[in-house]
Write a protein of this length. Structure first.
Length: 481
């Protein structure tokens, strides 16, 4: 048989007595993980305080006043939740006091930053909460707001990829740095599960994305556009080109500004990314889109609509087409270099042909093709889509020969050479194409820099083990017996 253990020496007992007392109130001990029902997988375990809050607040019919799990239907292996008076009974102040008690118990379990955010909410949260608090506004708020929030999130993600915005999102409730987002709409960000829970029950469940709400948004905004934009069907190619140029200008300016911000941060350590830089990109995009819209109207037969931001004060020489060709540069003979790309000492007119004439003619063919397709739709074309050149001949016009849209009939690929534009359209083309080519150059330089940095990093990583091996190698001595 084994002999009993010898008594512990006095020094050991003294050291044990000098140890600090055991921590009884540990967070894990106060809020353990339980498996109170028959749910399996990732839903099997839940914190004790979380399930108690849910049982007190749940109004699901399958919950049976907090006795059963509303997911699996099994009875909880927990004591029944405390009964609280219902404020709907209308028995004096008791029902109201019961509701206040329930709300206080629910809020007491929230961390301090959630309580602070609820006491002092930011303006966007106040506006959203005030809108969903009114029942007659709840159906309209997600239909009207969801497309705007989607455009904002998509634009900000684009700026984040280009280095304009900081790579962080703010919590929708407390404005701290977000770590999670709503998995259904991907538009609302949160710093903690508590913020997401509070935001869902107060605001977000009324505005979160749903397919039905998406199609209602399409219908509402389509009707609003038809009512707000004059002659939308007649000038549809013009508006189509304007809307197409808006994201192109936004991405181009984002690339340029993001490249400048990244180069400034790597060279001098100054980080200018943030909201101010985002606002600068948006303002520049609106300005460049206005210039592009003037060019679009000039392309569709209205050269006087060009802005001419950097046009010369005097009228630029322009080519006047004729039977044999003539020029309005006094009476001098010979070709006059017109268009955005010209030099007095070098003939670079081929750039106007390659970069402007050929693309504009291809765009004209694109619009003529779709115009011809729309003109072949029979009664739909005659009644809804096509517009006759002379309204008195409506119903007898063959749109397949004259075209469906009046805007398509007036396309002029060489509008920047017209005398009516007086050099404004050429200057605007030079501005817009200069921005686009600058964005392309910044993009190429950034890609080359990333490839060079990656190759240098790989080379350093490959040489590091060999250098370490040479540095730690001991000299070899022949073994002598």
């Amino acid at each position: 048989p084994s002999s009993p253990l010898p008594p512990a020496p006095f020094s050991v007992l003294q050291s044990l007595q000098s140890l600090p007392p055991l921590v009884v109130h540990h967070p894990t001990a106060e809020n353990p993980l339980l498996s109170p029902c028959d749910c399996t997988g990732s839903m099997a375990f839940v914190h004790y305080l979380c399930i108690e809050q849910w049982r007190c607040r749940s109004r699901h019919p399958n919950a049976k006043d907090g006795l059963n799990c509303e997911t699996c239907g099994a009875e909880y292996a927990l004591p029944p939740p405390p009964r609280r008076p219902n404020g709907r009974d209308g028995q004096g102040a008791g029902g109201a006091a019961g509701n206040v008690m329930a709300e206080d118990d629910w809020l007491d379990a929230m961390p301090p930053h959630v309580l602070a955010a609820l006491r002092r909410p930011h303006p966007a949260w106040q506006l959203a909460a005030a809108a969903v608090r009114r029942r007659w506004l709840r159906p309209a708020v997600p239909v009207l707001v969801s497309p705007l929030v989607a455009l904002y999130c998509r634009a900000r993600r684009t700026l984040k990829k280009r280095g304009v915005s900081r790579r962080r999102w703010a919590c929708s409730l407390c404005r701290r740095r977000a770590r999670w987002k709503c998995v259904r709409c991907l538009r609302s960000y949160y710093c903690s599960r508590q913020c997401q829970n509070v935001s869902w029950h107060i605001v977000h469940k009324h505005v979160c994305y749903k397919p039905v709400r998406f199609w209602w948004s399409v219908v509402v905004y389509t009707l609003a556009i038809f009512m707000a934009v004059p002659n939308l069907v007649e000038n549809f190619p013009i508006y189509d080109a304007m809307v197409t140029l808006l994201p192109v200008n936004f991405i181009a300016l984002g690339i340029i500004v993001g490249g400048i911000a990244s180069a400034l941060k790597r060279s001098s350590g100054i980080d200018i990314r943030g909201r101010i830089l985002e606002i600068i990109v948006v303002v520049q995009t609106l300005f460049l889109t206005g210039v592009s819209s003037g060019l679009v109207r000039g392309y569709f037969g209205r050269p006087s609509q060009c802005w001419g931001v950097f046009a010369a004060s005097h009228d630029a020489p322009s080519f006047v087409e004729g039977e044999e060709g003539s020029y309005d540069n006094d009476d001098e003979a010979g070709p006059v270099l017109t268009g955005p790309f010209h030099l007095s000492f070098l003939d670079i007119s081929f750039l106007n042909t390659i970069l402007i004439d050929i693309p504009l003619k291809q765009i004209q063919l694109w619009y003529l093709k779709w115009d011809f397709i729309l003109s072949k739709l029979g009664p739909v074309s005659r009644r809804f889509l096509c517009t006759p050149a002379n309204p008195a001949n409506d119903g007898t016009v063959d749109y397949s020969t004259i075209g469906c849209s009046p805007s398509t009939r007036t396309i002029d690929p060489r509008f920047y050479l017209e005398e009516e534009g007086a050099g404004k359209c050429g200057a605007d083309i030079g501005l817009v194409m200069g921005v686009w080519f600058a964005a392309l150059g910044v993009l190429c330089v950034g890609n080359l820099y990333r490839q060079f940095r990656g190759a240098r990093r790989n080379h350093a990583a490959n040489n590091a083990p060999a250098a370490h091996h040479r540095r730690g190698r001991r000299p070899h001595h022949a073994h002598q017996e």
